[in-house]
Write a protein of this length. Sequence first.
Lengths: 158, 158
Amino acid sequence: MAAKSDIRPGEVAIALPPAFDARVYFIGRIRTPFKRREDCPRSTAASDAIGRVELDPRFVAGLKDLELYSHAFLLYWMDEARRDLIQQVPAHLGHPRGTFALRSPVRPNPVALAAVEILGFEEAGMVVRNVDCVDGTPLVDIKPYFASTDSFPGATRP
Amino acid sequence: MAAKSDIRPGEVAIALPPAFDARVYFIGRIRTPFKRREDCPRSTAASDAIGRVELDPRFVAGLKDLELYSHAFLLYWMDEARRDLIQQVPAHLGHPRGTFALRSPVRPNPVALAAVEILGFEEAGMVVRNVDCVDGTPLVDIKPYFASTDSFPGATRP
């Protein structure tokens, strides 16, 4: 993780709002083979790594019936990321792009999103394929994946 | 919205953790035709409604290059929802299902997720299709949609 003082030419930092508006519980952790950020694949598409979602015991009952689904979204908190860059220069791009046109962990609310394949369940969590985050990343939510509303195979990108 | 004291037979409430772990900024609002919760469609698949994403001015520069994408994810905060139900009985289902196997706004962290079609941009935001939330819903994040990692047309559900 870059230090907060690191900013590449062309990147734009903003003054964040003076106060927060809402609060989040960490409901568990994602266990992955990636011990350091620099070990992580660039995206879930570049990873068939298997990970484990470990829930805080109080939330385990919330998994009931998730086994009826093949895929789920994980929402997790990129707690090492700075939050004040509104335009960033990704190394692979070389010029500034808006934060909301990037999946970078650096964003006002560092919530990451990954669609994963559900492989199975354990006493306090589940096993999934396609993880890309560092081991121990705090989990914020799990949602079932609905092809009817979530799948746009024809979606275009640059 | 049901009052906090309302709980259906079979639903399970838990004691939430004693403290929060992270904090969120509201970065804007989603404007939709739905003035009351009871006017909202059941999901984005049941809606071709057009909505407007209005960003706080400090975050507008973050939209740069999002026009290169056809679709985006909106993450928004369901701020009227209770957070302590870990199993719920949806009216259409009639029996308890785990909160993490539902897209209900009632969840430990009431972050909702919608994949929307990008129709255009305005001075302080953008116009999108497939909105399902109540007018004025607080926005938490916008992410570009990648078919390569986000689209699973064969994902199965009950």
